[in-house]
Design a protein around this ligand. Sequence first.
Ligand code: GCU
Length: 329
Amino acid sequence: MIYILLMLVLVLFPSCNKSNEDNTKPELILRYADNQASNYPTTQAAIKFSELVSDRTQGKIKIIIYPDGTLGNENEVLKQVIFGGIDFSRFSLGTFASYLNEFEVLELPFLYRDSEHMWKVLDGEIGNYFLTLTEDSEIEGLSWFDAGARNFYTITKANSISDLKDRVIRVQESDFMSAVVSVIGANAVQIPYSDVYSSLQTLKINGAENNFPSYVSMGHSEVAKYMLLDEHIRIPELQVMSKKTFEKINSINPSYIDIIKQCAKESAIYERDLWKKAEEDALKKMKEQGVILTEVTEEEKSYYRKQISSLYENRTEKEKQIIKAIQDM
Ligand code: GCU
């Protein structure tokens, strides 16, 4: 009898049959690409971002993270984010500035004195100005990630920056980065990040340049054991959302956009913390692997500074003002 009554209730009021499964069912399932491994700080921060967004939208927005470049190399992902095929990503400005050239000034060699100086710039008015620049583009900038300083490393020993002359050095797929490296007389070759290890191994290139965590994470430290501690460039990274995704989310519920922006800021702070530890761990690993670290003299650095001066001079008046404001900070 009770069973018959129960069945009757379910037939007459079908909504009672719905478990709370429907309430937690995502309204949107979105994709986030990163070309780093899943234990790398940027990917860890992407996972954090996804968890925060899921929590604060009561599971309505689910973001799936694709690490290791599984959705393509950075340039391919950039195109996909423009078209809305990929919803979120994190780009090195080495890649992103080929899309919005204005960002080049933030990755000029020797622009920042140190990490603290870079964060003062990115956390302040200038950093915000660049984020607002993306508002009229197809990619919305959400927050800044740390990527430390980059150094040159080679298969056979280089004693100084000038010693890199005539060597084949891999750079990111960016003409700007080719210029940064060619000014010292090296032959810059643009190769995607995922192909650098095999290019070193097969001697297609003599060396490359990157930060400590990337150098170790991608196994470059196993094949190119000589590193110059030149810190020639700090390239900030940008966590982004496709404008197509922005519009889709905004049409469903504009408050979700505020949640996403806030979670992006929080995940960026998380990344910055992880970054410090990742640099220390990478350096420890490099020492265990027998990497030879060579200090670069101030004289060598000023030689390089002189070589790259054209990258500072061939700028618009507005860009020159920004550069000056950064240097004066
Ligand atoms: C860094 C950066 C990557 C980039 C890579 C490169 O590791 O985090 O996003 O692809 O440099 O040199 O290509």
